[in-house]
Design a protein around this ligand. Structure first.
Ligand code: HEC
Ligand code: HEC
Length: 302
């Protein structure tokens, strides 16, 4: 009787030790994860803000040439040093570097003004260009916003625009002739373009707004470049897509190259966490086994 009581207490103590170990272990992992996340977004934020305020008026990353060349992939063509020197003093560079001189000829009469960036700022901008190029993603200004707030009635107005019940003001073809959205329109939509049921899941809000303002996809671009959607139409279509996400929260996202967004960094982190977790569990099990073994030994002695 007494033995079992002692045994119970031992087992109980061992168990709670294992439990609190487990808690500390979980807390540590969560902390590491948050730190990595925070670190990752800070640098990116700086690059994003800088690029938007200082470069975006003349450059896209992945969206085509503007006043200046598209910077996608420039980090593969040029060294870090070349980029730093060019960005800080493009004109000085054009006098001594034949590649820079060619660029100046090609983009005349626009001249890129010298950019007085600190080392850290320069790193952040270059890292952003490199990162987006590697992931085959376009730069999206965080400032892409709707012209006004969504109000009741926008979803219905958006549905009508989508189906062609209301004509697009600048003469664009109804979305429904090439796209479908689950549960909308009795015959279903066209199939030339992807199903848009989950388009609001696939793209972040500013990305979708930007895609509506300035669709940079090959077919869409040729169609809508000279028949832009109006600000009003964009609000209504956006509201409609947002609503279709609410109605179909698990709709399949139509994959495209641009949608493959798993960052290698997080993948690696995932592996690391899994390995640590397995190691940790092993460790805990070993302790537990030893505890049981000691108990058995003790009991046989008694
Ligand atoms: C007023 C417009 C303008 C602004 C602002 C501007 N650029 Fe440029 N950029 C150009 C033009 C135009 C060229 C081509 C060379 C020339 O004619 O000056 C160029 C060329 C470049 C190149 C070389 C591209 C290549 O293909 O080799 C890089 C890199 C670059 N810019 C980075 C930046 C960065 C980074 C910023 C912001 C910090 C920036 N630019 C701001 C207009 C601009
Ligand atoms: C003539 C056919 C056609 C019409 C009309 C059309 N689209 Fe598209 N759309 C396409 C095609 C094709 C694609 C796939 C990318 C490409 O090739 O442009 C696409 C891609 C898209 C995408 C990106 C989807 C994704 O999964 O990445 C969005 C968003 C979009 N269209 C919205 C609209 C909206 C909103 C309208 C109506 C205002 C519209 N489209 C009208 C053909 C069309």
């Amino acid at each position: 009787m007494k033995n079992t009581a002692i045994h119970d207490r031992h087992a109980h103590e061992a168990l709670s030790r294992v439990r609190s170990l487990g808690q500390i272990f979980t807390a540590t992992i969560v902390l590491i994860f948050l730190l990595v996340l925070a670190g990752g977004t800070n640098g990116q934020d700086e690059g994003q803000k800088l690029f938007e305020s200082r470069c975006y008026s003349c450059h896209n990353i992945g969206g085509g040439d503007k006043q200046g060349p598209d910077l996608k992939g420039v980090t593969d063509r040029q060294s870090q040093e070349w980029l730093a020197e060019f960005i800080r003093g493009p004109q000085a560079m054009s006098r001594k570097d034949p590649v820079a001189a060619e660029l100046f000829k090609k983009y005349a009469p626009t001249i890129m003004p010298d950019q007085a960036l600190s080392d850290q700022e320069l790193q952040a901008v270059i890292a952003l260009i490199k990162d987006l190029s590697a992931r085959n993603e376009n730069f999206v200004p965080a400032g892409a916003k709707l012209a006004r707030e969504i109000v009741p009635g926008d979803v219905d107005a958006g549905r009508l625009l989508f189906l062609g019940g209301t004509e697009l003001a600048n003469g664009g073809a109804a979305c429904n002739s090439c796209h479908s959205v689950k549960g909308v329109g009795s015959l279903g939509g066209g199939t030339l373009g992807p199903d848009l049921t989950a388009v609001n899941i696939k793209y972040r809000d500013p990305e979708l707004i930007l895609a509506l303002q300035n669709p940079n996809f090959p077919t869409m671009k040729s169609l809508f470049e000279n028949r832009k959607l109006t600000d009003e139409e964009i609000v209504q279509l956006f509201a409609f897509f947002q609503n279709s996400k609410l109605n179909n929260p698990t709709a399949d996202v139509v994959p495209t190259a641009a949608a493959a967004k798993i960052e290698p960094k997080f993948l690696m982190l995932g592996f690391a966490v899994a390995i640590v977790a397995v190691a940790g569990l092993n460790f805990m099990w070993r302790k537990r086994n030893r505890g049981v073994r000691q108990e058995l030994v003790r009991r046989t002695k008694i």
